[in-house]
Structures are given as structure tokens and as C-alpha cells.
Design a protein around this ligand. Structure first.
Ligand code: FES
Length: 248
């Protein structure tokens, strides 16, 4: 029986030689249990060692293998050839990011945004976290556990229409991780983060389209996190108008 094959069409861009990106098609063996990443690894190992793409864990944990697969953002290690066969599979770098080379994009802007929202526990200097135990109740844990599942794969940025319009928009993953710490009972950094999230590049440009949540491979639901930040911000603003503040 002849070996089954499938065509993988890959966007190639080598900045040192190419004026603009173009597509190159590779015909690879088809196997039911191969992911798109397996096909790329086959190309790299046996057909064309010059092809560039990111991956590490091959188990939907590291978040590095995101790309556009038939124009939809997916993790290539979690997307299987059998869902496309016998049609060809088209691979592009993640949308809305500058292309560095082939399927590799530049994520510097995202890393700056992530750092800006302080995605870590903040505690007052006179109340250091390492001097005692801070226990979480199951009810407290459930408030943020879903958001800890984010793997920074950036599929949500590729799906986000606001980020497509404005690359300075803080965006779904960074805002979600900020929210993850804001609702953690051990954290005291909400005021610091709110100053960043309440700007015109923070939560407010989000139009609640929800595309980020649809493509999230870990069911994090960034759209819900962003709306919860908006509600908390409005509540804080309203409280600030009251003549008597908390504790007075
Ligand atoms: S290779 Fe790590 S998430 Fe796909």
C-alpha cells in the first residue's frame, strides 16, 4: 500500500535573504497520531534544516509552539494532522506580531507588558511573605486558580481584534495574569496594578469580543478576567466618591 502523505505549506521568511515572506510546501508522511509539530520536526530533521519555529515541551505546557494553523491560532503540539487530512495544512507565524524568521515572532513587546503589570505576589515591606505561612482556603483558591493555567502562548493576542488594531494594548494574557494576583488573598499589590490597568492601553479598549477565550488552549477565559477587572475598577471609583472610605 502506498505511503499516505500530506502537504504542509509553511510561510518562510529569512530576513538576511528575503525581501518579503513566501510559502514553501513540503510533502510529509501522514500518520494519524502526528501533531503539526511532529510534521515540522520531520521536515527539520529529514527535509530542510533551515526551517525555524519554536517548541520545547511537546505537551501543551511551555506555550512556545503557537502558530496560525489554517489561519487560526493553535498550539502546534496539540493540533493533529488527522483534523486536516487529506487537505493541506497552512502554517503562518502568530498573527499580530512582527515576524523574526519563518514561524518565529518577536515577543519583546509582550514581555514588557507582562513585566509592567507585576505578575507576582506583592506584600508590604513590613509584612514580608517569607516570615510566616499564608494559608488559602479552597474558596479563595477557586477565585484565581483558573488564571494560573495561562502558559503565555500568546494565541489570545493573535485572536484579539483590539491588539490587531493597537499593538500597545496591554492585551489578554498580561491583564489576566495581573487579575490572577489581584484576586489572590495573599497579595497587596492591587493598587499598583490598577494604576497600569486603568490607563487607555489597559482594560478599557477591550470590547469583550471573546475571541481570546475561544482560542485559549488551557480554558483560562481571559475575556472574563478583563471584564472582572473593569467591574472592580468601577466599584473602586464609585467607592472613592463616597464621603467615608473603608476604615474611617
Ligand atoms: S511545545 Fe510546549 S506548548 Fe507546545
Amino acid at each position: 500500500m502506498p505511503e499516505l502523505t500530506i502537504d504542509i505549506e509553511v510561510l518562510r521568511y529569512r530576513p538576511e535573504t528575503d525581501d518579503e515572506p513566501s510559502y514553501q510546501t513540503y510533502t510529509v508522511p501522514y500518520q494519524d497520531d502526528w501533531s503539526v509539530l511532529d510534521a515540522l520536526n520531520h521536515i527539520k530533521d529529514h527535509m530542510d534544516g533551515s526551517i525555524s519555529y519554536r517548541w520545547s515541551c511537546h505537551m501543551a505546557v511551555c506555550g512556545s509552539c503557537g502558530m496560525m494553523i489554517d489561519d487560526v491560532p493553535h498550539l502546534s503540539c496539540k493540533t493533529f494532522l488527522r483534523d486536516y487530512y487529506p487537505n493541506k495544512v497552512k502554517l503562518d507565524p502568530l498573527a499580530n506580531f512582527p515576524i523574526e524568521r519563518d514561524l518565529v515572532v518577536n515577543i519583546e513587546g509582550f514581555l514588557e507588558k507582562l513585566e509592567s503589570v507585576k505578575p507576582y505576589l506583592i506584600h508590604a515591606p513590613d509584612d514580608p511573605l517569607n516570615e510566616t505561612e499564608y494559608l488559602e482556603t479552597p474558596a479563595e483558591l477557586i477565585r484565581f486558580k483558573q488564571y494560573t493555567m495561562c502558559i503565555n502562548c500568546l494565541l489570545c493576542y493573535s485572536a484579539c481584534p483590539e491588539f490587531a488594531l493597537d499593538p500597545d494594548f496591554t492585551g489578554p494574557a498580561a491583564l489576566t495574569l495581573a487579575h490572577r494576583y489581584n484576586v489572590d488573598a495573599r497579595d497587596q499589590g492591587t493598587a499598583e496594578r490598577t494604576r497600569i490597568m486603568n490607563t487607555e492601553k489597559g482594560v478599557w479598549p477591550c470590547m469583550f469580543v471573546g475571541a481570546c477565550s475561544e482560542v485559549c488552549p488551557k480554558q483560562v477565559d481571559p475575556a472574563a478576567a478583563v471584564q472582572q477587572i473593569k467591574v472592580a475598577s468601577v466599584f473602586d471609583w464609585y467607592k472613592s466618591l463616597l464621603p467615608f472610605q473603608d476604615g474611617e
